[in-house]
Design a protein around this ligand. Sequence first.
Ligand code: ATP
Ligand code: MG
Length: 434
Amino acid sequence: MERKYISEIKSDSGKVIVGGWVSELRIFGGIKFIVLRDRTGLAQIVLPKKEVSKELFDLVDSFSKESVILVHGLVKKAEQAMNGFEIVPEKIELISKAEAPIPLDISGKIESDLSSRLDWRFLDLRTLKNNALFKIRSKTFKAVIDYFDSLDFTAIQTPKITSAGVESGAELFEIKYFDKKAFLSQSPQIYKQMMVAAGFEKVYEIGPIFRAEKSHTTRHLTEFTGVDFEMGFIKDESTVMDIIEGMLKHIISSIKKECEKELKLFEVELIVPTKIPRIPIQEIRKMLKEKGKIIPENDDLDAEAEELLGKIVKEKFNSEFVFATNYPFTKRPFYHMKPENDSNGTRSFDLIWNGVEIATGAQREHRYEILKAQGKEKGVNLDEMKDYAAIFKYGCPPHGGVGFGLDRIVQRMLKLENIKEALLLPRDPERLNP
Ligand code: ATP
Ligand code: MG
């Protein structure tokens, strides 16, 4: 007989083998209960003294919570039990005994702080809620791939050990690379543009991104998973926003469909976006001002402004999302394209979901001379960035793209308090373990 998952068992399944972790153990004089947990759910194992052998009845006393056991038993209908059945064992194998007490309470009876949970992450991940969370993350990952694949984008994997980035150098982790200095990649920007120029036209990458920012917020990590795409022959930045809209629709509708059971554990209602409002940042400043939040002409939206903006668009457009467009050139990297009639603006946007930025994108400047001049305006010498400059010298179509954080998407989707809950083993300025 083969082991079955708990979710596969019905009250008329007869003899079964189930295996998993001892989630609860209740020992009374005449009866003993084990709540068994596997990746699909919980099941009650019941041992009435009169119905099982003395040897088996006594064996259970040596079990501890979180030990791994294999139960051979008979399924019985039991209206009062959690899934309408319970299992009376004939034999139980103790596969791996857990030391007692376990260092983290995962019963849900005592709330553990996030730091302890992360210290003992593999135990913390055993809860059904965390199991559900990472199934949702996994399905999100798959939805992104399916979406880009359906549009015939090419998946690329670019180097994470680099000699420099195109953004400012402040956020780079320096590493020793034999006798040279190297950096961990803070963005695949250069490479995705390079692959557009390589003739792939439409590329996407899901991969690690490193940021040496000493941020202690609920939305920053030092290592996160980026979802980036870049495409050629666009009309302008609106083409990029159209693709993003399609991506979000696809992700959210897939999760609603494939993770119905898992979503119930998070008390969130996912709404598939229809048309995401696209509002120039200048307009947004006015909207914020009306609500008493003043953002000076050349300043970025701070966290408070993003949150307030989230509320305003929810009220005004009944949308959880908003594209803030046309950022001033002073706030954007030198390679963002300027609109023809606005030398202070850019063809760029941020995407805000429920009050937090989840992506930044733009049409890039593909005309070498203009790019060089824009660099100069920002103190960037394009001639010193030989690999980057070359992309634009030998035939490069108009193009644009965006960078998302997968962890932020999952955080916003499930309304998690801290981004660190959205990935397995988070890294922040203090945390390098486990
Ligand atoms: P923020 O203003 O929130 O710090 P950013 O504008 O510096 O973000 P970008 O360079 O625009 O970030 O990166 C693109 C996307 O990557 C962001 O919109 C966000 O979803 C994600 N991201 C950026 N930095 C981090 C980080 N430190 N931790 C987790 N995700 C991040
Ligand atoms: Mg940004």
